[in-house]
Design a binder for this molecule. Structure first.
Ligand code: SF4
Length: 116
């Protein structure tokens, strides 16, 4: 039996998933084995999602982190990296054209800054 769970809550994902597919603006940006993604997220959006999760070891009244900006509207998806307007690592190379989903070890990642 298989189960598909769709959520923004990475703590739920950590408890129920063996395989993870992270999507942003209609694109798969990272896929892989859940344990590996949680231990070493590769795509900046995956890292951002994990940093937004509340932590038991945080100081009281610590504000939750968030990813600045908003998701582009579907009719306004750019032809280059769809995460570029929110990514802290974006540069001209990221805006030069479509970013393919590439194999990195036993994962697939859609980011030109992650080297295979
Ligand atoms: S391709 Fe560039 S903008 Fe897109 S996620 Fe990677 S570093 Fe960020």
């Amino acid at each position: 039996m298989g189960m598909l769970s769709i959520t923004h809550d990475m703590s739920v994902v950590a408890q129920v998933a063996d395989l993870v597919v992270v999507m942003y603006a209609g694109h798969v940006v990272e896929t892989g084995i859940a344990r590996e993604i949680f231990e070493q997220p590769l795509h900046p959006y995956t890292r951002g999602l994990l940093e937004c999760a509340p932590r038991l070891d945080s100081e009281p009244r610590t504000r939750l982190r968030s990813i600045p900006g908003t998701v582009p509207a579907p009719r306004a998806y750019p032809s280059h990296c769809r995460y570029a307007d929110r990514c802290p690592h974006a540069d001209a190379e990221c805006r030069a054209g479509p970013i393919p989903l590439r194999t990195v070890g036993n994962r697939k990642v859609r980011c030109i800054k992650v080297k295979p």
